[in-house]
Design a binder for this molecule. Structure first.
Ligand SMILES: O=C(O)CCC(=O)C(=O)O
Ligand SMILES: [Fe+2]
Length: 437
């Protein structure tokens, strides 16, 4: 059985040293640089094929919609609805009571001010440090990660053959913090105190779903409409570029947001579907829009549908987490979606957080642990810090209180792939930032 690493495309295809390519070449007259570019082009095309096998690269199907020639990146007339809140003016208690417990989205400024990532997460600085590291740019049809060296990814962004791609490759890497070649990125930021509680850590490092992602992609890349897994909340801190967000409240029916014929992919959703949400006959709540700028952190409460379109080259980090204030819903979803993990989790919580184990017992007594009728707040107290993700919700419906099957992000926190050590029954491999978020 090939190991996951062996199956990974980047490992198969991107590993061949260029020197070998040279040895194999015919005695034709390519310079070293031409040879290098040719090999690079092959790796890029191989990654595209693996990540989107339904699209032919050679027949130009990556540009068949022509989104690059439209105004899909224009934000004229898009109103940003969310008032910014500076971290220094928000206490932990206020965050929980104003945003986390009532599940209200927020944009918090000032959280990234002292991060080394402010200087270190530019295109050039990342290239200097991680040129040869392979970041995940998608998943193949079997759910294995497709990886590309950063130097090739950045070349892809600039290459005229590829830069008109409708929905470009997007780095959405959920194992950057675990891999030798990229783990040092963890030193470049710190988890803001608002989001530091991490109840999922008690499920065990091996079992817990992926929970942190390094995210980098050009204009028109993004995350299609989804709900984050297991009702976890997320924060997304932007270092470079701008992201356009839409968010719909928990309970918004899926069939209204993703009617037949509408693709979930971010760019096509924004182009085709968003305008409908502004029509007078739009039948449910209109979305909240956010144009996120560098230095801003978006808080996405559990259960909210969201889609994100990168307006230019963006560099961000995002985590999912489970906190005391949202524990009951997360428990209901986890028990349903990840039964084995939930058993281990509960065992540990009984020792470390008897207050939360008591919440579970009370839910069981009321019979609402299975049905996901969790009401919202869970108990009281303290924090630890964050975790989780994988895919999320839903089926057809509407009610976010119904633990769903994944609605997983078409990328983002995604799914069950090589870097997803989950036992989840929920996540299915999907493309791209498919590891959800
Ligand atoms: O930045 C993105 O593309 C989307 C991220 C996302 O879905 C999330 O942070 O939950
Ligand atoms: Fe998400």
């Amino acid at each position: 059985m090939p190991s996951v690493a062996e199956r990974s495309h980047e490992n198969v295809q991107d590993t061949q040293p260029l020197s070998i390519v040279k040895e194999q070449r015919e005695p034709c007259l390519l310079t070293d640089e031409q040879e290098y570019l040719r090999a690079q082009g092959k790796l890029i095309r191989a990654a595209k094929r693996a990540a989107r096998s339904e699209l032919s690269v050679s027949r130009g199907e990556w540009r068949k919609h022509g989104w690059a020639k439209t105004d899909v990146l224009s934000v004229d007339g898009v109103k940003d609805h969310v008032k910014r809140c500076h971290a220094s003016e928000l206490s932990q208690e206020q965050f929980v009571e104003l945003f986390e417990r009532p599940r209200v989205p927020a944009v918090i400024t000032g959280l990234t001010d002292n991060w080394p990532a402010q200087e270190q997460w530019t295109e050039q600085a990342l290239l200097n440090r991680y040129r040869n590291h392979r970041f995940k740019v998608g998943s193949d049809d079997d759910g294995y990660g497709v990886r590309l060296k950063l130097e090739h990814f950045l070349a892809y962004l600039r290459d005229p053959e590829h830069c008109l791609d409708d929905s470009p490759l997007y780095i959405f890497d959920g194992t950057f913090g675990d891999r030798k070649g990229s783990r040092s990125m963890l030193w470049d930021y710190s988890i803001p105190s608002f989001f530091r509680e991490d109840l999922m850590q008690h499920a065990g490092e091996r079992r817990r779903p992926p929970y942190r992602w390094f995210v980098m992609g050009p204009g028109r890349s993004g995350s299609g409409l989804h709900i984050d897994p297991l009702a976890t909340s997320a924060w997304n801190a932007l270092l470079q570029g701008r992201k356009r967000w839409v968010l719909f409240p928990p309970g918004t029916p899926r069939n209204i947001l993703l009617p037949p014929g509408i693709e979930r992919e971010a760019v096509s959703w924004f182009y085709r579907m968003y305008p409908r949400t502004q029509q007078p006959d739009w039948p449910v709540a209109r979305p909240i829009s956010i144009i996120q700028s560098p230095g801003e952190t978006v808080f996405v409460p559990g259960g909210w549908w969201h889609a994100v379109l990168n307006l230019d080259l963006t560099i961000a980090v995002t985590h999912n987490y489970a906190s005391t204030a949202t524990f009951d819903r997360i428990w209901a979803h986890t028990q349903r979606g990840r039964p084995k993990m939930s058993t281990k989790w509960l065992n540990t919580l009984r020792m470390l957080r008897p207050d939360l184990a008591a919440v579970v017992d009370a839910m069981r007594e009321r019979g609402d642990d299975q049905l996901g009728l969790a009401s919202s707040s869970s108990s009281s107290s303290s924090s630890s810090s964050s975790g989780s993700s994988s895919s999320s919700s839903s089926s057809s419906s509407s009610d976010d209180d119904e633990p769903r099957q994944q609605e997983e992000a078409p990328n983002a926190k995604r799914r069950r792939t090589d870097d997803d050590h989950a036992d989840t029954a929920l996540s299915q491999p999907e493309h791209g930032p498919q590891d959800v978020k």
